[in-house]
Design a protein around this ligand. Sequence first.
Ligand code: UN1
Length: 515
Amino acid sequence: LSSRASNILNSLEIPLSSEIPGVYDGQWKGSGDILESVCPTTGELLARVQAAAPNELWEALDKSKEASLVLRKIPAPKRGEVLRQIREALAAKRDALGALVSLEMGKIKTEGMGEVQEFVDICDYAVGLSRMMNGRVVASERPGHSILEVPNPLGVVGVLTAFNFPVAVYGWNFSLSFAAGNANVWKPSPSTPLCAIAVTKIIAKVLEKNGLPGALSALVSGGRDVGEAIVHRADIPLVSFTGSETVGAAVGKAVQSRFGKTILELGGNNASIVMSDADLSMAVPAVFFGAVGTAGQRCTSTRRLYLHREIAPRFLEALQKLYASLRVGDPLAEDTLLGPLHSRAAVGIYSDAVRRLRERGAQILTGGQKYDQDHLRRGNFVQPTIAMPKSTDPGDVIWSTETFAPILSVAIFDELEQAIAWNNGVPQGLSSSLWTRDMRNIGKWIGPEGADTGIVNVNAGTSGAEIGAAFGGNKSTGWGRESGGDAWKQYVRWSACTINFSDCAPLAQGVDFLA
Ligand code: UN1
């Protein structure tokens, strides 16, 4: 192992043995398949991680169930106090954990740390929430009666996360779910097992210190079989899944068929629209970050760019200048802006998408190839690409599919209505962004005739949402909401409780029966 990799793993107390246990339910274990964690920058094998064997998986699920019975008895503000300690423990490791995200996932260091910060932020939010997860008292039509709406814990929540945010997405789910009184079972992406192990170790230590069962934050590393076991397990009432539309559709169906609940965070195919009155000094760098940041591997990455005819040439010239200035390389180096794609497979997906653009007559304005310099050859480095497709039809496969790579497709419009129709014309509905200084455009954009995405921004890019608002998308993005807003309400079961304090028992609606 390279010395920098072993330093990062050491500082997070991940053992440097030849095989690392990837299952935690109060104890570390793992005798199932081997998952390989490969550094996307160098191709170095970082670790071999032992996934959950079937019996270990069942045991972890059983232990989480038992643990949920413990947690539900603890008052919510006390659960909040445990989350506060978890927040402190995570913040203390922000540097190391951020570096591990860079090492294993491939995003640049500032974004790796930003991701840890998202977990810290959502912990803060959940600490506050733990004193505000209020139900309500509803006016009863019957004398001497009260109706209470009471939030109670669900039990065990399954959290299936993707490689691109190997820390934060678990954070969004775990924090709210824990504050709500649930045990959590985490199945991380099989290609980022070390991030999951590191986070679980930090949480487990705090749980242990508080005399709480480790299976409140159980980890079951593994592949498809582990995911399927969670999805089909009848006593996991809520499954939160982040990933592709195809897998999400299967997860949704399977959980629904056993009457469970889902939170689905699926594909994003996000557009920025730039009006002729936009402040280009803000819009150009924002589109650059949206399209190139995280090497285009955020659900919220900008994939479509709609430019008003009047500013299109100026905008593209300025944007291409930024693309040309891009510093590419080691994501852990201070001045790098573009790291590698996460996997070899992703490079293939990128190349296929560029080929398809060319075949369908698109003009490639920038990029379109792998980097072939010596120092980049061992990693999954691809050139961020700007393409001008021939067709502007959002139903065309070029526009309608999400490619998880830094490819930006551009079209030119004359009227805002046209751009909104294109924005809304794809199956996905996660995030979109309008650049304008005209209030009338803003009013239209955020209203009933405006963007149909879950995240609707003005003079802010498509990616990089804060945790305070609900995060999620509509249509084929899956309608799930995580993080802020009212998202916490999904992690509880609501009891509508009618209580009769009076000496008689009248029926509602004035029904007269045996009176
Ligand atoms: C994701 O890509 O799965 O809004 C999550 C953002 C981040 C989260 C992205 N806060 O870009």
